[in-house]
Design a binder for this molecule. Sequence first.
Ligand code: GLV
Ligand code: MN
Ligand code: MN
Length: 426
Amino acid sequence: MSEGTGLMIQADRLWNDLMTLGKIGKGKDGGVTRTSFDSEDIKARKFLLQLLKDADLDPYMDEAGNIFGQIHGKNPNLPAILIGSHIDTVHSGGRFDGAMGVLMGVEVLRSIKEKGIQPERTVKVVSFTDEEGARFDYAFVGSTALSGAISSDQLQKDLATALDQEGFSYLEAMKRASMEGGYFSRINPEELGKACVRKAEIKAYIEVHIEQGKVLESRDLAVGVVSGISGGHWAEVTITGEAGHAGTIGMLERKDALTAVGECLLAIEKIARDSGGSVATVGKVAVKPGSGNVIPGRVDFTLDVRDISDERRELTVKKINEALREISADRGVDCEIRPFQFIASVMSSPLVVEAIKEAFIELDYPICELPSGAAHDAMVMGGITEIGMIFVRSRGGISHHPDEWSSFEDVALGCEVLYHTTMKLL
Ligand code: GLV
Ligand code: MN
Ligand code: MN
């Protein structure tokens, strides 16, 4: 036990790491921006690698840029326990989303090592490349590569066509990052197949994350166990009308792409509201040519649809697609819908859920089971292994925002639950 705290982990050390990492990419509004392979993400990766090195956790990076630390088990042939999350963020996000889960993994491994425990099986912490998809609108790159959720050829193709605002491709960004040398040299978007692990290599994947909702807060609880994660369907939509002079073209002669999109947005909202469980979001809209005195000729927007029921989500997507086509036809504009990512909902595995529940019992803390509306690397990992998640209370349910916050005490308890869960699965 850590002196004076009664905990198996060292909460001060964990908190200090979390606050230090939270300064990397911090902007004037207090929000953190570390999008995949940008300069701040690279700095954060170096910080994490140093932390792992200092703790003697034998770090390495794989071809997809996933960062690992590890304690080798007595029997290396046994499937390993993997603890993880991500350190990339949305634009102007918080300090906890992803980072907390990775640093808790580091803290648990550090604590195991310091106690002189050599587990039977290997235990690893992983920081997955790009969970958020904030720079290239393409998410879960690291966990997709590791789990082989789609073929490495397809992933490579997707990364070649995923572009950032500057027109720089994902593939180029990865190649550039590999030139950092050292651990980074192994990054290779042309060899993503090598990052893929076999099912038999992993016993279970555990992820701790801030809840990003208000369930735990409303029940006055610091931590909870996740029952399942809502799947998602992501698409890009292009509405093409006719650009023209804002002063000379009459209102009845126009094919304004943006007013068509206005009607589409309201239809999307209504369909999701009436669905009985789906949520749909348009978070990014680009208007072209984007001039105050020109009728918008083209609008590109993103569509994000989530639901814990795969069937209901696909029905919602179908209704949305039909509505977009109908509105476009009525207004004489073209509509192109390009789905680019789909991840099915995942229920947590009884094996991991039971271990988490036993940890709660050991710590004499009430068990609260809750679903996750947000997506996580755990759902991708669900394709190859047993998964489970622990949620830590978020103040006000605020997330993807500079004000995102979990208290020191809640973070400490979350990590302690992770320690006990890990020991049970080892
Ligand atoms: C990740 O944060 C997501 O739910 O999109
Ligand atoms: Mn997030
Ligand atoms: Mn996250």
